[in-house]
Every structure is written in structure tokens, then in C-alpha cells.
Design a protein around this ligand. Structure first.
Ligand SMILES: [Zn+2]
Length: 362
């Protein structure tokens, strides 16, 4: 298992379909349906909650519960204001990047389906080059080809519609995956692959495994906060993306040094339970899985924090997938890292015993 290839043609097809479907924060259910459909043959049961978090469960009757988790939502925009001449101003739904907006196509989600639009931008010829204005939230706008506000409304676009980018999955130089929303569709994919491998390799776990695809991470870990109270897990292994810091204009003294292609990134942070993290590191070493280290002061900024600080404290750890150009439409990850995160979560699960407390005092 340690050296065999993990991603198959079938699983890659699922990943592509899952990525190409938009799943903006607060509107994740179509993506969750695709995800649950893929997982169905590999698990015993599903839990879904009011806000759309989906959990695939193996051994639902077991008392001791282990979560592996990713988040299902992607950053987007909201229509915030419509001008009399039919242009749309936006606000963020998650950490959408104003700097990359100009000249991007957009999909505006309405009751009657997608309405296309473009982020316009003044021509280079018409700008005051002595005083260049960078794109900001208050000067970027969307043109949907309407002549006025009335026509915008007739097209079904109103304040509160969510807006995503149409960019789809592509492979760069054979082993780099490029897409919007790899943050964190990659997480949902990797935990699903762990479930598939457990099933295909006929591994019997001595505990309940809760493969959790949380909603609303991008606006503050909200889905994880909800579902951890429903599951009440004993252990949570979270996976999200982190920055590749080897591309231009990133200060390694501030951000640390992590790179795509160099392996899963294991976090050090107060929310990370030390004994669980050491278990993951020992597992990586025993199975010759390359890994990198990352330190976070105070918060990890991921769902790890939500699981750790719930239910009186849940032993939690974070295994991240390094990624370039986070929150752009060309987020880039390395296929080898995707496979190694899957492998590391899988092998770590096989070491966890029923009832383990990870106590510092045993
Ligand atoms: Zn994000």
C-alpha cells in the first residue's frame, strides 16, 4: 500500500466533477450530494445536518469515534448593490481576493440558474498612470450586459445572489492539479479516498469513523463548530490547504517554508494535541511518507480549532496539503502530495486503538 499509486481514473473523475461543481459558502448541498454519491459504496451510513454538513460513517454503533475532516465550501461573492445603469457591486462571502477580480468571468447564481457576468475594469488608456488605482472592494464591479437596474432585475439577479468563478479543473505538466476551490475540495476528496481504501483493502476499524465534510469553513469554521457537537468525537484529524511559500513575494521569515511536492504539512499549534501529532509523525516516518512542519501562533485558522475546543476538548491534529495561489482561480497542488496526505491519514487511522485517550498523564 505504501508505494502503490492511490488516485485511479475513477477517483480522478470524481475529483474533477466535485471540483467543477460550485459550492459557495452557505450553498454547499449540490457538492455534498456528489460527495455522498461517491462515498456510498464504502460506508455504512450518512449524517447530514440543518446547514448542510455531510458525514459518511463507518461502524456507526461504535462508542469511540474518530473524525477525519475537510470542508466543502468555497469562497464567493454576494451581490451587494446594483447601480441605476445596471452594474453590480459585491461584498465577500469568505476571503475572496479583490486583486484578481478584474477581467474575470463570473457565474451569478439565481433561482432560474446561472447568469453570466464579467468583472469589468477601466482600459489602460483611460487610467491616470501617474496615480494607478489597485483593484479594491469599492472599485471592482460586475457587468452582466444589462442596460439598467430594471433589466438586471428581469434577469433574476438581486442583492444577495452569490457569485462564483467558472474556472474548471486542469492538469499542469502532468502532476499539478489546477482549479479554483482546491481549497478545500481537495480535503473532501482525500478523506473520501481514505474511506475507499479502507473498504477496498478490507480494513476493519475498532472504532467509528466519521468522514466529515463541513460547510462554512471560509467564514469562520462554522460548520465544524456545529457538527462536532453532533458527533462528539474522541479524535479529529483535520485536513485543509496551506501555503506554498516558495513563489515570489512571500516572506519565509513570516510564513515559514513549505512547498508543493515536498509532502503533507504537519502543524504545531496550541489546538494540535501533541500526542496525536507525534503519532502522525511516527506514522509518516514508519511508512516513509515525506512531510513538512508548520508552526501557527494562537490559531491554525482551520477547522482543527473548532474540533479541538469543543466538547470539553477533542484530541485534534492538522495535516495540510501545500497549495500555491490560495483563493485565486488557479490554486495549484502536487498530485504526489494529494496521495501522500491520503496515505498519511489512512496509515495513522490504522494505528488508533479503541478507547485511546492520548492523555499526557498516562
Ligand atoms: Zn480558504
Amino acid at each position: 500500500m505504501a508505494t502503490s499509486k492511490i488516485i485511479t481514473a475513477k477517483s480522478l473523475k470524481f475529483f474533477e466533477k466535485y471540483l467543477n461543481n460550485a459550492s459557495p459558502t452557505g450553498y454547499e448541498w449540490e457538492g455534498q450530494k456528489i460527495w455522498m454519491e461517491y462515498l456510498k459504496p464504502y460506508v455504512d451510513d450518512f449524517i447530514t445536518d440543518t446547514y448542510g454538513t455531510a458525514v459518511a460513517v463507518i461502524n456507526p454503533k461504535a462508542k469511540y469515534k474518530v473524525v477525519i475532516e475537510g470542508h466543502s465550501d468555497e469562497i464567493s461573492w454576494y451581490v451587494n448593490y446594483i447601480t441605476d445603469n445596471g452594474l453590480l457591486y459585491v461584498i465577500r462571502n469568505g476571503g475572496s481576493d479583490h486583486q484578481i477580480a478584474p477581467s474575470k468571468w463570473v457565474n451569478i447564481h439565481t433561482k432560474n440558474g446561472i447568469v453570466k457576468g464579467v468583472f469589468g475594469w477601466p482600459a489602460i488608456h483611460t487610467r491616470n498612470r501617474a496615480k494607478e488605482e489597485p483593484p479594491k472592494l469599492d472599485n471592482i464591479f460586475i457587468d452582466i450586459g444589462a442596460k439598467d437596474k430594471e433589466e438586471v432585475e428581469k434577469m433574476g439577479v438581486h442583492v444577495g445572489c452569490v457569485i462564483t468563478y467558472p474556472d474548471e479543473f486542469q492538469v499542469l505538466n502532468e502532476n499539478k492539479y489546477v482549479c479554483r476551490a482546491l481549497d478545500n475540495r481537495a480535503g473532501g476528496f482525500m478523506i473520501a479516498e481514505v474511506a475507499r481504501l479502507l473498504h477496498e483493502n478490507k480494513k476493519e476499524l475498532p472504532f467509528g469513523l466519521y468522514i466529515t465534510n463541513s460547510v462554512q469553513e471560509e467564514i469562520g469554521l462554522r460548520g465544524a463548530e456545529m457538527i462536532t457537537q453532533t458527533i462528539k468525537p474522541d479524535v479529529a484529524i483535520v485536513t485543509d490547504v496551506c501555503h506554498d511559500t516558495t513563489t515570489p513575494m512571500i516572506d519565509k521569515k513570516k510564513e515559514g517554508e513549505t512547498s508543493i511536492g515536498a509532502g503533507p504539512v504537519i502543524s504545531y499549534a496550541p489546538a494540535v494535541q501533541n500526542k496525536l501529532r507525534e503519532r502522525i509523525i511516527e506514522t509518516a516516518e514508519a511508512n516513509k511518507i515525506p512531510f513538512q512542519r508548520l508552526a501557527s501562533s494562537r490559531y491554525t485558522g482551520t477547522d482543527t480549532d473548532a474540533f479541538a475546543y469543543s466538547n470539553g476538548g477533542v484530541a485534534s491534529a492538522l495535516i495540510s496539503l501545500p497549495l500555491r495561489y490560495m483563493h485565486t482561480t488557479v490554486e495549484t497542488v502536487h498530485k504526489d502530495d494529494v496521495e501522500n496526505v491520503i496515505r498519511l491519514i489512512y496509515e495513522t487511522l490504522l494505528t488508533i486503538k479503541e478507547g485511546e485517550t492520548f492523555s499526557y498523564f498516562d
